[in-house]
Ligand binder design. Structure first.
Ligand code: FAD
Length: 483
């Protein structure tokens, strides 16, 4: 029996049950299978138990039980993470926030809303759009992912180019520390925006669930733009589309979003959602302008000119709000369409300077040929954040090996081009080995020191992010040597 299982004795499970009630705890092995991985499906392991609290006090009580028995725990939102940040490497306790979903208050005068951490991202905008507001960070997973998960991964999305990432839209939050203490970091719900002292709010955002459990979040609301102009530019090649992205920014225009899909993903999306994308186009570029209606026509005309200079075959403009919504649905559900192409895929998340987009896209094509795997691309081109989707079949061990190697080659190239191994999906377990390539030992030591301020016993989402972390195999029962 593993150390963790010994710790999770019936008596400990009874303590959890006493806190949340027997309807809010999962111990059955079949049901635990749902939690064996997040959206990074290459590695899997079962947690020992999933506890689903409904209040901050319940979260704190569960965390105190974990502290008293020296048990590892992992905060969990919707499980859409793409880098294995939720992998329960040595089992342990999942504390899932998916029953804490309320929008607690909306303050239009001060443009902020207080929400529980399990609230789904899209629900915030849905709740305030009739009053002319929206919540700006819009990951493509926004119909499922939670605000707590967004805080922990500092999520971006298609509109990051103009509006920034989660940290730019979160004023403060309540958090349960790994010892069970409840703290508030950043702006208080009733407080002024500026708080003195170090920006611990900023330090926690993007910490991948390793500093504590966020339970309530005070988010900033943004005035919805007066008008949108959404264009679909069709190109013969990815190179021409990439050059267009660079030229638009060089012209001093900052669209709300610039998203690219190459031919393979466009074909899959068209088969799934029937938008009318041309199946023979090398790449399509979605460019969305937003703001005061007065200036949009002039900017759109300039973008049209830039597209033509880069030999675009055609540029379409969304004529109605329905057409715009359908275009975004196609883009945001593109990953879902991949099921038509392959049983499994590995989503990469590198960043390169925008001017290097043509080069990295050429490298991805060469990598696809080298490893004999298809690699469609759909990504936030405006901020140089690439998402190559490496297609493989997990039933073929050689394909798995080649998929991992192809991913490593692409991320290595991103670093070589002056970029980063993660734009928005985080490090998790997937990119641990790259941390030492991107950061010096001193940088990593400083990160470890910061982490230990919040979690000195390293029990909160352990074995993530840092080189030298243990993997599932290290905890697997050792096979008996055959006689
Ligand atoms: C189809 C698809 C599209 C995506 N598109 C984007 C995109 O455009 N931009 C982008 O940035 N990401 C994207 N992602 C990745 C993912 O959706 C985001 O990282 C999202 O923020 C994760 O939220 P979640 O609620 O699913 O968190 P989870 O996956 O449950 O957890 C993610 C991490 O956050 C921690 N965590 C979760 N909740 C809490 C909490 N309350 N307190 C402390 N830590 C917590 C977990 O421990 C884990 O480390 C996409 C994923 C998919 C599957």
């Amino acid at each position: 029996m593993s150390v963790t299982s010994e710790k999770l004795s019936p008596a400990i499970l009874a303590e959890f049950r006493a806190i949340v009630g027997s309807g809010n705890i999962v111990t059955n092995a079949d049901e635990l299978l749902v939690y064996e991985c997040d959206a990074y499906t290459l590695e899997k392991n079962l947690p020992d138990v999933v506890v689903l609290p409904k209040t901050t006090e319940q979260v704190a009580a569960i965390v105190k039980v974990c502290a008293a028995h020296n048990i590892a725990f992992i905060p969990r939102g919707a499980g859409t993470n793409l880098s294995g940040a939720l992998l329960p490497i040595e089992g342990g306790v999942f504390i899932a926030l998916t029953r804490m979903t309320k929008i607690l208050s909306v303050d239009y005068r001060n443009r902020r809303a207080l929400v529980e951490a399990g609230c789904v991202n899209a629900w915030v905008t849905n709740a305030v759009k009739s009053r002319g507001f929206f919540y700006a960070p819009d990951p493509s997973s926004q119909s499922a992912c939670t605000i707590g998960g967004n805080v922990a991964t500092n999520s971006g999305g298609p509109h990051t180019l103009k509006y920034g990432v989660t940290t730019n839209h979160v004023l403060g939050f309540e958090m349960v520390l790994p010892n069970g203490e409840i703290v508030w970091l950043g702006t208080q719900p009733e407080g002024g925006e500026d708080v003195g002292g170090y920006d611990l709010r900023g330090a926690v955002i993007g910490s991948e669930g390793m500093f504590g459990i966020v339970t309530q979040v005070l988010v900033r609301l943004t005035r919805a733009p007066q008008a949108y102009k959404t264009l679909l530019a069709i190109f013969e090649s990815v190179d021409e589309a990439s050059q267009t992205v660079s030229d638009i920014i060089a012209a001093g225009i900052v669209p709300g979003a610039m998203e690219m899909m190459d031919q393979l993903i466009t074909q899959a999306v068209e088969a799934a959602y029937h938008f009318g994308f041309p199946l023979d186009a090398g790449a399509v570029l979605i460019v969305e302008l937003d703001g005061l209606s007065a200036g949009l026509e002039r900017q759109a005309a300039r973008i049209l000119e830039i597209c033509r200079n880069n030999h675009s075959r055609e540029v379409r403009v969304a004529k109605t709000e329905e057409e715009r919504a359908l275009l975004w649905k196609c883009r945001k559900r593109a990953f879902g369409a991949i099921g038509r192409l392959s049983p499994n895929f590995l989503t990469q998340d590198g960043v390169v300077p925008r001017s290097k987009l043509p080069e990295i896209m050429r490298f991805i094509r060469a990598t696809s040929e080298r490893f004999q795997l298809r690699i469609p691309n759909v990504f936030h081109a405006g901020d140089g954040n690439i998402h190559p989707l490496i297609l493989y079949d997990e039933r073929e061990p050689d394909q798995v090996r080649r998929a991992v190697a192809a991913g490593e080659a692409i991320l290595g190239k991103c670093v070589e081009l002056g970029g980063s191994v993660t734009g928005e999906h985080g490090v998790g377990v997937e990119k641990i080995d790259f941390m030492a390539k991107q950061f010096s030992k001193e940088d990593l030591d400083a990160m470890r020191t910061l982490r230990s301020v919040f979690d000195p016993e390293m029990r909160c989402n352990p074995h993530k992010m840092f080189p030298g972390s243990k993997r599932c195999a290290d905890f697997a029962p050792k096979k008996q040597a055959s006689a």
